[in-house]
Design a protein around this ligand. Sequence first.
Ligand SMILES: Nc1nc2c(ncn2[C@@H]2O[C@H](COP(=O)(O)OP(=O)(O)OP(=O)(O)O)[C@@H](O)[C@H]2O)c(=O)[nH]1
Ligand SMILES: [Zn+2]
Length: 345
Amino acid sequence: MSTPSLVDLGLRPFFQQQLSLEEVANCFLGRIIEQHKSDVIILAGDDALRYKLPPNFEAICVGDWVVFNQNRLVRVLERQSLFQRKAAGSGRDRQLIAANLDVVFIISSLNDDFNLNRIERYLALVKETHAEPVVILTKADLCDDVEDIRQQVQQLDSLLSVHCVNGLAHNNLSALKSYCQRGKTVAFLGSSGVGKSTLVNNLLNHNEMETNAIREQDSKGRHTTTYRTIKWLPEGGLLMDTPGMRELQLSDVKEGIKLTFADIESLATECRFKNCQHQNEPECAVISAVESGALSARRLDNFQKLLREDAHNSATLAQKRAKDRTFTKMVTAIQDQARSIKKFK
Ligand SMILES: Nc1nc2c(ncn2[C@@H]2O[C@H](COP(=O)(O)OP(=O)(O)OP(=O)(O)O)[C@@H](O)[C@H]2O)c(=O)[nH]1
Ligand SMILES: [Zn+2]
């Protein structure tokens, strides 16, 4: 693909409709494909442009759609989905990781490593972002009861897409490819060794396609660049591979956890006490469901564990940020002091 159009890059009515008439007349639209400390690279049709981040510009990350003019970045469009690290209770202190992903593949292998709890954890992370999770179970060739395990995953959520593949077989990936069509942005999540790179290499047909329409604003002529975080898939989609995604922790993803365990949330509305913790309260509909076999004890256990972990991580993150802020203030104060001492010398 030499010159991707904005539609190839994922432009759709949701983003276009956000533009004002003034912006349509005077500005351009583009997608952030690289983010550095003080500048970003915007892909806009056949151009890749480097733009400085204006001082105090809003938070921005790879995958964002931005409005810009000849001179500067104007604004970031509202996102359809967003991976971020948040600290509880603070809107400002968040680190954005990747925006506007359509599908996130949750990769888990069908052999010894298979673990429903872990899949639920990734589901909570993905649901929080509002991207669509798709579970891919790899190493089907090493497993004797593929369908049985697929069923176990399907039971987590009847609407969830779950596919089993042998990542090593080239002709085995049509299920995945259907999510990677033109204009779609996808990403992979999963623990080490489950076969993510194998799938990616296979999807890429072993040759990472290069965009050769890259011309930076300040350089003459065209040269070919591959981006660290974005790869073109032969089906037309974009694969986003930002390092931060691999290290995501559960923090402040309560909504994602609740969406992932919608069955428990719904049962909880029947508990006698509104704030029931489903531990040993009387007339608890959730415990009753476990006793009757309608809900697995494992699932309830994991729900509670993920909520605890989320609360713990959110709190420590908030604390750490507050500490960092105090430290920065202290350093600035000392620097100011040093400067004023110099002045009077
Ligand atoms: N038999 C079989 N082996 C597979 C399959 N998928 C991956 N493997 C093997 O599993 C090992 C790990 O695969 P990778 O693709 O490197 O796993 P990864 O998830 O990228 O791992 P990290 O890079 O550590 O995150 C490699 O030896 C692969 O050849 C599969 O479907 N079947
Ligand atoms: Zn209860």
